[in-house]
Ligand binder design. Structure first.
Ligand code: SF4
Length: 375
């Protein structure tokens, strides 16, 4: 259901999407939240461990490692940003609100509200400087610090509360290179507040236009039934809609190939969502689709006690260890976790341990090339 803390008001995390589709905010009112993915849940656990709040479930080893990496990055960026750590205050996971006139030239026309929630804000009262750290744990590309609208919004909201002289924003990622923080001074922050208010007003305008696109539609709660998105998506379904001709992609124009790549994932998601709906329908009403029925899923067995199996195979039945080992696959990630527990090392030291452990014992293969968008 709707996030009760954010309510039906726009928030900093939707700033870019709401700007790209002005009708997005109103299209979502009263619609339930999208189902959470496993990756989304892992992200919540990692954030909780990093910020020091209660994780919603028992963390896994890889999640603890990512949270520790975020913590290390926070320490490093704070050391670089603040000349001294004395008097530094750490505030975590706080939602900030801003209420302002619905019409800038007529304050009597009521107010609008918007909010934003930061992961970690480090505040240094003496120098009147603050640093907002936003942790990312997924694999989706992240907008760099200077052009990240969500972070600029958070900086503006924090400035309204603290009246800081300077606020830095920085994305932290467990893997990959960290960028230097983007620093906003008072004129920048003042401009960000006006920009924020104007964006929110446009999202609340009665004639706010919908504009579909990958970025804004990805997490929009209206996405499944939104006619604007469905019309946008339709151009990637060549059988029903003519923009992409029904012939090999070799004979498409370069622009037609771009169109296909930009929408094929959404088209696949749309087809998969319809298939899931038909599955649910068949479970509820077996005659919902003439000529089709629901086939029960396959039962899979996983060996969870290899030691006991070895006892039976080797000492019990006379099988050799060599023959048994041919049946065993050692997972590199799981082995790395065990090694980490054994050595207490992490980061580069752990990688070095693993390289020594596996030297001469691995076979390297390269998977097929994938398509990526050029920056
Ligand atoms: S699904 Fe896309 S086009 Fe429709 S309202 Fe949401 S963001 Fe806008």
């Amino acid at each position: 259901m709707i996030d009760p803390l954010r309510g039906e008001w726009s928030s900093a995390s939707n700033a870019l999407a709401d700007r790209l589709c002005r009708g997005r905010h109103q299209a979502q009112v009263d619609l339930p939240e999208l189902p959470r993915s496993d990756l989304g849940e892992a992200g919540t656990v990692i954030h909780a461990l990093w910020t020091g709040t209660e994780p919603p479930r028992e963390p896994r080893a890889d999640e603890m490692e990512k949270a520790a990496a975020l913590g290390e990055q926070e320490v490093r960026v704070a050391e670089e940003f603040f000349p001294t750590g004395d008097g530094l205050v750490r505030i975590v996971e706080r939602r900030l609100w801003h209420e302002f006139p619905a019409m800038s030239n007529d304050p009597a026309r009521g107010t609008l509200k918007t909010s934003g929630r930061f992961d970690v804000a480090l505040v240094h009262p003496e120098s009147r400087r603050a640093l907002i750290c936003d942790g990312k744990s997924g694999w989706l590309p992240v907008t760099p610090n200077p052009s990240n609208l969500q972070l600029r919004r958070l900086a503006a909201l924090l400035w309204l509360q603290l009246d800081s002289a300077e606020i830095g924003v920085c994305i932290l990622k467990p893997v990959g290179k960290r960028e230097p923080p983007c620093v906003y001074n008072v004129p920048d922050l003042r401009r960000s507040v006006s920009e924020l208010e104007e964006d929110v007003r446009q999202s609340h305008a009665p004639d706010a236009r919908r504009t579909a696109g990958e970025e804004q539609c990805r997490y929009c709660r209206a996405r499944e039934g939104c006619p604007t998105r469905l019309a946008w998506l339709a151009t990637a379904l060549p059988a029903a809609f003519p923009p992409l001709p029904l012939k090999t992609a070799r004979d498409w124009t370069p622009a037609q190939r771009v169109l296909f790549l930009e929408r094929e994932k959404d088209a696949r998601d749309w087809l998969a969502a319809r298939k899931e709906e038909i599955k649910s329908l068949l479970a509820e009403q077996p005659d919902a689709v003439p000529g089709y029925s629901l086939k029960p899923g396959r039962t899979l067995e996983t060996i969870i006690d290899p030691q006991e199996v070895w006892q039976r195979f080797g000492p019990g039945m006379g099988g050799s260890l060599e023959a048994f080992m041919k049946c065993i696959k050692v997972g590199k990630s799981a082995l790395k976790e065990e090694l980490r527990a054994l050595s207490g090392h992490k980061g580069k030291a752990l990688e070095a341990d693993l390289d020594i452990l596996l030297a001469g014992c691995v076979e390297t293969t390269t998977s097929a090339a994938t398509i990526e968008r050029l920056k």
